[in-house]
Design a protein around this ligand. Structure first.
Ligand code: SAM
Ligand code: SF4
Ligand code: SF4
Length: 334
């Protein structure tokens, strides 16, 4: 097992399979930046499925137990189900999950399940079409995401986590309807504090709704109690409804950072290894792959990067807001 300078093990790997997306969420890929003139990576610069699988196997050999496929929108990557089948066969990998905006789930849920994907997380910020459209900025209807969630449930994924980014004055009124809709045995709503990822979303603290406030809002209507964390490195703080009808999670990355527990490595779509969501630079593993490095050589580079890791951006944010350029969320995923 590999440990960084704060004794954090490398247990999770998030792999971004594309920098493209069919949504333009204002908090992630705002249209002013990711408009018609934005240049996305050409196919030749993306890691191939063989390259991704080879790297994933090396990471699992170094202690990674859980892999999450993300993006951009991962279901835009052609034949993604084939990658799933390749990854799921890696010995020692305990958990393979996918985060998606749900737009293409009706089409792909069944094949993803058949090819061995373990879990799906779907992002949805509101049940109100006007609010959701303003946030996804492509007028994508709520009903189609709900249909995607239903298709994933029908394919056998359960429970499904539903990610909601909460922005003050934008979708905070959607919290209670979302809780009501996704309360139950098969879905777990996770309310995420709006973060200052990337350099494009013009983040401001005033737009963050602290998770403590979110919990208080929900508890006024439906009593809740905290659930102790079952796994080190778990991102969400969990709460269960005291009537036994389900649970929710809150992701408190801004107001109560959890860097001390962060076991996540990230591989960008062009094959760079990042040790923090807010990092400016990544280590170019694609170059090693394409220059003919052996597995042992690549493993040694990854191990050195992790051992030198001292990231704790969110913990430092409050005291010292960082202004250097950061990698865009759409390149490395959430
Ligand atoms: N396109 C897929 C999706 O939206 O689920 C996967 C990639 S997306 C970057 C992964 C997650 O990051 C989503 O749940 C999204 O809501 C979240 N996210 C994106 N920008 C964010 C921000 N500024 N603050 C908090 N969460 C954010
Ligand atoms: Fe696309 Fe996901 Fe980013 Fe929204 S959050 S723009 S769906 S990558
Ligand atoms: Fe991990 Fe970086 Fe987030 Fe801290 S800020 S929890 S180190 S990804």
């Amino acid at each position: 097992m590999l440990f960084d300078t704060f004794q954090r093990p490398m247990r999770d790997l998030r792999i971004s399979v594309t920098d493209r997306c069919n949504f333009r969420c204002t908090y992630c890929m705002p249209r002013e930046v990711f408009g018609a003139n934005y240049t996305f990576l050409p196919k030749s610069e993306l890691l191939s499925f063989e390259e991704i699988t080879r790297l994933a196997r090396i990471f699992v050999g170094l202690g990674v137990e859980k892999i999450r496929i993300t993006g951009g929108e991962p279901l835009l990557r052609r034949d993604l189900e084939k990658l799933i089948a390749m990854l799921v066969s890696i010995e020692g990998l305990h958990d393979l999950a996918l985060t998606t905006n749900g737009a293409l789930l009706v089409k792909y849920a069944k094949t993803l399940r058949e090819n061995g994907l373990h879990r799906v997380t779907v992002s949805l910020d509101s049940l109100d079409d006007a609010i959701f459209s303003a946030m996804n900025d492509v007028e994508f209807p709520v009903a189609r995401v709900l249909a995607g969630i239903d298709a994933a449930l029908a394919a056998g994924f359960s429970p499904i986590k539903v990610n909601m980014v909460v922005k003050r004055g934008v979708n905070d009124d959607s919290i209670l309807p979302m809780v009501a809709r996704f309360r139950g045995p098969n879905t777990i709503l996770r309310l995420i504090e709006y973060m200052d990822v990337g350099n494009s979303n013009r983040w401001h603290m005033a737009e963050v709704v602290p998770s403590a406030e979110v919990i208080a809002t929900i508890a006024r209507v439906i009593p809740l109690e905290p659930v102790s964390r079952t796994r080190a490195g778990e991102v969400a703080a969990r709460y269960r409804f005291t009537d036994g009808k389900g649970e929710i999670g809150v992701i408190t990355s801004v107001t109560q950072p959890f860097c001390g527990d962060c076991t996540r490595a990230r591989l960008s779509s062009e094959g760079k290894l990042y040790t923090c969501l807010f990092a400016g630079n990544g280590c170019d593993l694609r170059k090693l792959l394409r220059d003919g490095a052996s597995d042992a050589q690549i493993a040694a580079v990854v191990a050195n990067v992790w051992r030198a890791r001292d990231d704790r951006y969110s913990e430092k944010r409050a005291a010292n807001p960082v202004v250097e350029p950061k990698v865009e969320m759409s390149r490395i995923g959430g």
